[in-house]
Design a protein around this ligand. Sequence first.
Ligand code: ADP
Ligand code: ADP
Ligand code: MG
Length: 450
Amino acid sequence: MFQRILIANRGEIALRIIRACRELGIETVAVFSEADRGAHYLSLADEAYCIGPPPATDSYLAVNRIISAAEVGNVQAIHPGYGFLAENAEFAEMCRACNIEFIGPPHEAMAKLGDKVTARQIAQEAQVPVVPGSDGVITDPKEALRIAEEIGYPVLIKATAGGGGKGMRVARNEMALKSGLQAAALEAEKAFKNPGVYLEKYVERPRHIEVQIIADTHGNVVHLWERDCTMQRKHQKLIEEAPATNLPRKVREEICAAAVRLAKAAGYTNAGTVEFIVDRDFNFYFIEVNARIQVEHPVTEMITGVDLIQQQIRVAAGEPLPFKQKDITTHGHAIEIRINAEDPDHGFRGSPGTITKLRLPGGPGVRLDTHVYEGYTVPPYYDSMVGKLIIHRPTREQALACTRRALDEFVVDGIKTTIPLARRLLDLDAFIDGEIDTTYLEREILGHQH
Ligand code: ADP
Ligand code: ADP
Ligand code: MG
């Protein structure tokens, strides 16, 4: 087992990884930008190094600085968390070339899956259904028009290197497709340094269901069942649950088996998530793999009892999985609410600033993963997520009630957050009945056209 790990991240996930390491008896080296100098969790790490100025490109994304910190800190492994360098295959390769284990999949598997077009091909070879669409990157607009004609409008233009809900646009007719292709390629080049786009049928009003998998380096691949992340805004998740509501047992088993087939076909190890959209008739279609730990991993931890971060570290150290598929049973229902420092009344603009008052929820069924405290200043430079409220109760109905009362207890003053919006969503019949789709929030609550 490793004696010392560097955490190449910040915020709640850095804290989450420090906690996992502590329980495993592993020392931690944290890194921070000048904007995070005062972060309390840094004192929970055994060592902490400043790696640069606030902009992420000069700190959390500065590969050389992180590798230097790892060498000075004398660590055997790096945990990348999510975001930042977590899905950067070159970084993973560089770590291993420096004899530092990267806690994640093999860089070859990551590179293949990080490209959505290649991931689709691997899925198809593994008999995993994909959304009807183009066979590869679009090289000729005429070809795109022909494919769209064949699969039928609306279609979705997607960046093959896309992520974080960005790099997607819907085209409802030929005109929109023609103009959209160029704009999408330019956007993709700018955002992801890769202009490649492809087409998928735009599935109307789907649910988002994803499967957590974990694989060791001895050939064992196990799934930890599914999560429902249908409550989204701009293709970004707001609320996640496990297990998914109203999902027939047979579909649930098939979708999880499909995820395992795909992981095996890609030569995947460590933790990962296979994402699907599911239509009204429970047809499911692969959309992408997130080759890393995800924000919403705690809901799976709650219902399965598996500590996913500890398990990631163990697998990276070469240990075999301590369980088989049949050992993974689920208990109760878990809900996660993402708390973002954003102002829903003003277009969800970021709301950095100082937290002047903080009252945290607690009691039975409540887990709170956050790095913030009263007096903490949310910096303007990074992702707006400031914490996650995770609820675990024996039934979904009880979990919903517990989430409502925990949100009622939760007070964050000084900045705007998504807490009041989340509280409203918890009272919606469509959500309570498990009948929403991925565009529900924008269409029915925020009043956008869909
Ligand atoms: P999850 O499914 O774990 O929620 P997200 O796609 O929301 O995954 O990504 C997790 C974090 O990484 C978020 O903070 C998100 O903003 C960021 N992120 C992921 N991919 C990208 C990307 N390609 N560009 C910018 N940020 C990204
Ligand atoms: P990202 O890498 O940004 O997470 P995904 O491919 O996972 O991109 O898609 C993000 C979200 O966009 C999905 O959860 C879903 O809401 C929507 N989406 C993606 N593909 C389709 C599609 N073909 N039809 C309808 N919605 C889609
Ligand atoms: Mg996704």
